[in-house]
Ligand binder design. Structure first.
Ligand code: PEP
Ligand code: MG
Length: 583
């Protein structure tokens, strides 16, 4: 068992440090051993299989009981899932099929189970039924648990990591990350994932220290429950830290806590520039549980409400009432501060089972049917969202934002549907706001930036989505660790597209905000202000730091800095200019 300190570099994606025992979470399917057995041995093999079934049933029941003690977490969704898994393991086709194959085909339990899993998945897929298709994942999950039990391998899922542990995994999807309760898990480190991918975005929204893109060798050096340090600031994972390293990190953790305390005082202060200009600083919301933190961060409303969470970790679509309940609650809690709801942005690296039926497997999902394209193709998805959003508007100011827009025609279509929903709701006598909410456009595709003039003519506001704008401009997958070093928001092509969009917004007299992660890094604040941005929407954890930065800057100096940057064409030089800038 290795006890020597090992340092792995990765991509730091959140401003936090965790020092805690590490647990390897392995959700992948283990290699299946294939053995022929003697007919006389079949009963014993069946017995072995039944014991594994009993063990998994026990594991699932324990997990469920543990979640029931924590009603405030995402427990409800997970409990439903566990119930489905428990039902599946109680004499289902999966279990019956495996028992039968052991005897009929004379094969070992693992092989029999693997064959049934494949057979069921094929049959489900052939039925072309949305609900049934989503059960393939459940068969896979239960089957994997059974395989691990048969092979006597530990099955550690995200929700069974001991309290306060650090999770090490090959990959954690955005949907899985959304289920993490940051009070239970100290931090995460994974092999896959990039700084601007959605797993990173969700980790930041949870205030969870995270390092992604770590060398795969970390898996070989992880002994169960050994101490780990996740340094989400510098992007390091340290396994078995030496005493000196641990002490140094404990000191840094302490300093970080003091910093956070000091920054708390800034929440009550306005986001004004040194020479007096007012800046609007709002918060991004990923998950409803962030609302308290957003409110105490001093945010002037929610500038980006990602509605995807309502569609994740479930098999069926959320109804209008369900959506209305969830989002009107947030509007009420914001007590008069505006909430900008973005319509569904599923696709690419953000997948949700409930919309799986509409998204065929695609070779390039980032360029496929996603976001507004899906909403316009399946208008019932957009209508249901609009209706919930319009009704939520009766409780406070709301705005509606369209993701991944490419052409003005898309906005026109979306606006027509918004008007229709407004009229329908009026006829139905539903409680609505006095006026139709503003409809805005995300500028996150180069084509949108280059047609910003025509988009400004049909939009009430713009929001710059730099996470995607960078990805599509420089052709670098935002979530891919292999090319993460090439993901550069300061590429002059990106900056020119941003400048062009901001200018178009200004000419049309519509507000332009930034809600991508670029806006949450104080290094870029002067440049963004100098380019004309006066509205920022950032994760609540970044908000105090950005406000502090704004308060230290003057518009004059920021504009001079932006001019200096925009006169450069060499990306390396731009990075140097930005790093050297002092307010
Ligand atoms: C963006 O692309 O910058 C953005 C804010 O949207 P998301 O990160 O949800 O794709
Ligand atoms: Mg985006």
């Amino acid at each position: 068992m290795p006890t020597q300190e090992r340092i792995f570099s990765g991509i730091g994606v959140s401003h936090g440090i965790a020092i805690a025992p590490a647990y390897l979470v392995q959700l992948e399917r283990p290699k299946v051993p294939e053995r022929r057995i003697d007919p006389a041995d079949a009963p014993a093999e069946q017995k072995r299989f039944e014991l594994a079934v009993a063990r998994v049933r026990q594991e699932l029941s324990e997990l469920k009981a543990k979640l029931e003690d924590k009603p405030e977490t995402a427990a409800e969704e997970v409990t439903l899932l566990l119930d489905a898994h428990l039902a599946m393991i109680s004499g289902s086709r999966l279990v019956r099929g495996a028992l039968k194959r052991i005897a009929d085909e004379g094969i070992n339990a693992e092989w029999a189970l693997d064959r049934v899993m494949r057979e069921l998945a094929d049959q489900f897929r052939a039925l072309k039924d949305n609900y049934i298709a989503t059960r393939i994942d459940d068969v896979e999950a239960v089957g994997n648990r059974l395989l691990r039990a048969l092979l006597d391998l530990p099955y550690l899922s995200l929700d069974s990591v001991p309290l306060g542990g650090v999770v090490l995994a090959r990959e954690i999807s955005p949907a899985d990350t959304a289920l993490i309760d940051p009070r239970r898990i100290a931090g995460i480190a994974t092999i896959h994932g990039g700084a601007a991918g959605h797993t990173a975005v969700v980790a930041r929204s949870l205030g969870l220290p995270a390092v992604l893109g770590v060398d795969p060798a970390m898996l070989e050096h992880t002994a169960h429950a050994h101490l780990a340090i996740v340094d989400g600031i510098e992007g390091k994972l340290i396994l078995n830290p030496s005493d000196a390293t641990r002490v140094a990190y404990e000191k840094r953790l302490d300093d970080l806590k003091k910093d956070r305390e000091a920054l708390k005082e800034i929440a009550a202060l306005p986001a004004v520039l040194k020479d007096g200009g007012d800046v609007i600083l709002r918060a991004n919301l990923e998950l409803p549980r962030e609302i308290e933190a957003i409110k105490s961060s001093g945010a002037r409303g929610i500038g980006l409400f990602r509605t995807e969470f309502m569609f994740m970790n479930r098999s069926t679509l959320p109804s209008e009432e369900e959506q209305f309940e969830a989002i009107s609650g947030i509007v009420k809690q914001m007590q008069g501060e505006s909430v900008t709801f973005r319509t569904l942005d599923i696709g690419g690296d953000k997948l949700a089972k409930s919309v799986g039926e509409y998204l065929a497997e695609a070779a390039n999902p980032a360029l496929g049917l996603r976001a507004i394209r899906l909403s316009l193709k399946e208008p019932h998805l957009l209508r249901t969202q609009y209706r919930a959003m319009l009704r939520a508007g009766a409780f406070g100011p709301v705005r509606i934002l369209l993701p991944m827009v490419t052409t003005a025609h898309e906005v026109e279509q979306a606006r027509r549907m918004l008007n229709e929903c407004w009229q329908d709701l009026k006829k139905e006598g539903k409680k609505l706001p006095d006026t139709l909410p503003p409809l805005g456009t995300m500028i996150e595709i180069p084509a949108a930036a280059l047609s910003a003039d025509s988009l400004a003519a049909v939009s009430d506001f713009f929001a710059l989505g730099t996470n995607d704008l960078v990805q599509y401009t420089v052709a670098i997958d935002r979530g891919n660790d292999q090319v993460a070093a090439l993901y550069n928001p300061l590429n002059p092509a990106v900056l020119r597209l941003m400048e062009f969009s901001i200018e178009a917004g200004k000419r049309a007299g519509i507000p332009v905000s930034i809600c991508g992660e670029m806006g949450a890094d104080p290094k870029y604040t002067a440049l963004l202000l100098g380019l004309g941005i006066r509205e920022f929407s950032v994760g609540f954890a970044s908000l105090p730091r950005i406000k502090q930065r704004i308060r230290s800057l003057s518009l004059e100096k920021s504009e001079e800095h932006a001019r200096h940057v925009m006169n450069q064409y060499d990306p390396a030089r731009i990075i140097a200019v930005v790093n050297q800038f002092r307010p």
